[in-house]
Design a protein around this ligand. Sequence first.
Ligand code: NAD
Length: 485
Amino acid sequence: TITTKSERAGSDVRHEYLRIAGKKVETKARLEVRFPWDNRLVGTVPRATPELVAEAFQIAHDYKPKLTRYQRQQILLKTADLLVSRKEELSRLITLESGLCLKDSLYEVGRAYDVFTFAGQLCMLDDGQTFSCDLTPHGKSRKIFTLRQPLNAISAITPFNHPLNMVAHKLAPAFATNNCVVLKPTELTPLTALFLADTLYEAGLPPEMLSVITGNPSDIGDAMIVDPRADLVTFTGSVRVGKYIAEKAGYKRIVLELGGNDPLIVMEDADLDKAAELAVAGATKNSGQRCTAVKRILVVDKVADAFVERVLAKAKKLKAGDPLDPETDVGTVIHERAATLFQNRVSEAVARHGAKLLHGNDRQGALFPPTVVDHVDPQAELVREETFGPAIPIIRVKDIHHAIQVSNGTAYGLSSGVCTDRLDYITKFVDELQVGTVNVWEVPGYRIEMSPFGGIKDSGLGYKEGVLEAMKSFTNVKTWSLPWP
Ligand code: NAD
């Protein structure tokens, strides 16, 4: 292979180790991490074996954390502060391994700060309940109390699109509830996860509470799912892998946060300028690689021409290019393979389904720039499947019934955004959209890191995420009762 100038200089290249209970561990084989923009080497990480995964679970299983609520709070708040104090270094690392632009990676550090501060603050909250038992004719003079106990060992598997924040959403609630975690970040962006682990150890986390295992899912994926010492598998990623985990895990608690195909729906009464702003930002932020990115825009015929004009003007203003340039609005997608897939889907929507390409689709390597396509057929793969890049596909619909029918017509059900001021429309959307979230006048991705979050249908199973819900899913509720004469 050809080495680039910066590779020879060795400037940014990190050669990393596993962290098994805080200890740096080497393996024989290594994996490379490359910058999607120019393919330069960013780092290498160990390619772990199932035996090393087992060792990490044994330590997690054997260690029983005894941190007080105050100690947990201090560790989490300190981690939040350390992340922000290192935001330049950290955002650069995220950008280098993911191709997300610096604007996006800086935003990501801010979100992770929120996750750790919420988790720190929520350590205070003891959500135990009390039930009096003398409530019915056959009642007794007793009281029942509830308390939450940690599960102990958690297996966490995370995706590439938020190399820091998706990991934060697994780790912060786990430590807030005194659990141990064995984390397998994606092989595409493992360096940020290792950086975060070191920050947590530095903030005072007992090393036994966190191990980070890097490697190929084909080598270690099953070991992360079936280890009998793992009390729960929490996974964020694609539907394909999520369903595999659901089959493989057997009698074990699982949390699955999967893909999305979220609509932004624009009704005829909407302020079209405001709606176009949300459409373009929602479809292109984070290079369109958010589970809750706007992946389809459904606009009512009557206002479609005027709306599309505004979308086009706003999309043309975005600067796509070098992710390390602070002015760049849209960096690359994760790799050239993904960019090519999106380009082909757009071409197919045009050639086979009669869509009209208005802007973009001029891919260069892993750079797939914002691409506006109008008159998209809901049957086109571009909008039927999750297109995980900054495509801006517009589907024209007749009315609210048609919008709801098209919106509910895919296998996904994560989130949605609706642009209307009419209360009758709003209540109908909230009642009838088959999704986990309906945001009025916001992008589907809008939330705070503490509020419940997660999808239905193929987008997720069972428990929700968000710090508060995750803390519930990582604990068992125990009841105990007393005579209360
Ligand atoms: P992916 O499913 O390819 O990979 C996710 C993780 O699973 C990685 O760590 C990967 O190494 C691991 N993995 C792959 N095969 C495995 C196996 N057989 N056993 C165990 N682990 C395995 O997903 P991705 O491409 O990294 O992420 C993008 C997807 O994640 C998109 O679909 C996106 O919508 C989704 N996502 C969902 C949410 C949510 O909260 N609902 C949030 C972010 C991303």
